[in-house]
Each structure stands twice: as structure tokens, then as C-alpha cells.
Design a protein around this ligand. Structure first.
Ligand code: GLY
Ligand code: MN
Ligand code: MN
Length: 246
């Protein structure tokens, strides 16, 4: 569970290759494109950069498909006005990247989409700040749950009854990653430098046909943490800009 510098640099390379794949599809995504066409673009970019392929079966989920947690059919056409959730990572030297990004099919978020997107991004950023030596994943998950709850309340997606019934989470925020995408490691042992975790909050609204998840891979360091995906576009405005660059 404690990665050596060589292991970390191999994981960094897996993340860098994933970054290139994501930037490639920002240029290819438009209304009418099929989910599997984008899957093929990732694979092309990964293999040409000496990855042997996907770290796991990718999820390329447009519109309401994003609310199906392990959607891997990737066989639908992307529609104008929909969001597209992509949970994709490259494998490199037996190590894995695990990224999720959510983008607007037509290159522009609606106001509502951006509000939900920014809520998820805030949770991801706040959750990441909690990662440091000494924290347990168990305690961290409880704290992230409270941060998410306040965002969901602000968006009007839950009320106090939902909070009481604890019925608002589809999945945990973090897991260990390394040789396996879901790597070995205890949720109850304090974090230490060299551990690598994902951070992947999401909000899924079936009634609105949208699901948003954002996922980065983070190394615990003596000082706190380091984001292996800091070069992968994440701000809504940057994604829009890149999608509309000619
Ligand atoms: N790609 C699997 C996961 O995010 O856990
Ligand atoms: Mn993950
Ligand atoms: Mn993932």
C-alpha cells in the first residue's frame, strides 16, 4: 500500500497518458457521436503512448446512462444538451489510472448543469484537502458525507428527511489504487506517505437525465498530498474553452 518513488512515477505516467486521451476526446465530442466512438479515441491515444490499454472497462455514459453506476455498454448516441460522464483510465507498466470527467456533449454547460457540476467539484476539492498522513478513510468518508450533504441541500436535491434516512449516496468517495484499480488497503488504518487514493464524488439525478462524477488520483505525501491528475482539465470554463477551440 506504500508505493515506492518508481511506482509513483509509473502511476504518474498512467495519469499523463489518460490526460492525453481526455484532451483528444474534447476535440471529438459533439452531438451525434456514439459513445463507443469516443471509447475508441481513448484507446487509440493510450496505445500510441505505450499503454497496453484500459486499466478497466471504461464507462462512456451520456445523459441518463450516467446514473447507471457500472454502465459499460457504451452503445448510445450522444445528444445535444446532454452531459457525458467518462470514467476511463490508462494502464501503464501494470499500474493504473482511474479518472472521471463529465463534459457537455455540445461544448456548453447549461446553467443547471454547471451548478451541479461546480457542487461536485467543490466536494472533490474539499475532500482532497482532508487527505494527509494520519487520516483514516473511514473518518474521511464521514466528513465528506457531510460536505456532500450541504451541497445537495443547497441544490434542493434532498431535505432533512433524506438526511435522517441517509438515502443519498450511491458510492464511496475514495479507494486505494495501484497494481489493481481497486487496490488492497485498509479503510481503518491511518493514511501514510506513499498511499494512493482516488477522490470521486458524484451527484446523480435520474429525473433530470444527468449524472456528474469527477475523479482524480492522489498520493499521500509527508506534507499532505499530491494530485497525479493536476494537468487534466477540470474547471467547467476550461473544458468549454478546449471544446470550442478551433
Ligand atoms: N473506475 C472504477 C472506479 O472509479 O472505482
Ligand atoms: Mn475509482
Ligand atoms: Mn473510476
Amino acid at each position: 500500500t506504500v508505493k515506492s518513488p518508481l511506482e509513483i512515477s509509473t502511476m504518474q505516467e498512467a495519469c499523463n497518458i489518460t490526460n492525453h486521451g481526455f484532451r483528444r476526446i474534447l476535440d471529438k465530442t459533439r452531438p451525434g457521436v456514439w459513445e463507443y466512438e469516443l471509447e475508441a479515441e481513448y484507446l487509440h491515444e493510450f496505445v500510441r503512448r505505450r499503454s497496453r490499454g484500459f486499466a478497466y472497462t471504461p464507462i462512456i455514459a451520456s445523459g441518463a446512462n450516467a446514473c447507471v453506476l457500472h454502465y459499460v455498454d457504451n452503445n448510445q448516441q450522444c445528444n445535444d444538451g446532454d452531459l457525458l460522464l467518462m470514467d476511463v483510465g490508462a494502464e501503464y507498466g501494470n499500474y493504473n489510472a482511474d479518472m472521471t470527467r463529465t463534459i457537455p456533449v455540445n461544448g456548453k454547460f447549461t446553467e443547471r448543469q454547471k451548478a451541479v457540476y461546480n457542487a461536485v467539484l467543490r466536494v472533490k476539492n474539499e475532500a482532497t484537502k482532508l487527505l494527509r498522513p494520519g487520516t483514516t478513510i473511514d473518518a474521511y468518508h464521514k466528513e465528506v458525507g457531510l460536505i456532500m450533504q450541504s451541497e445537495l441541500l443547497q441544490l434542493g436535491l434532498i431535505d432533512q428527511t433524506d438526511i435522517k434516512n441517509e438515502n443519498n449516496f450511491m458510492h464511496g468517495t475514495s479507494h486505494h489504487i495501484g497494481l489493481d484499480v481497486h487496490d488492497v488497503g485498509s479503510f481503518y488504518k491511518p493514511m501514510e506517505a506513499g498511499n494512493v487514493f482516488t477522490v470521486e464524488p458524484g451527484i446523480y439525478i435520474k429525473e433530470e437525465g444527468l449524472g456528474i462524477r469527477i475523479e482524480d488520483d492522489i498520493v499521500i505525501t509527508e506534507e499532505g498530498h499530491q494530485n497525479l491528475m493536476s494537468d487534466i482539465p477540470i474547471e467547467a470554463e476550461e473544458i468549454e474553452e478546449l471544446m470550442n477551440a478551433k
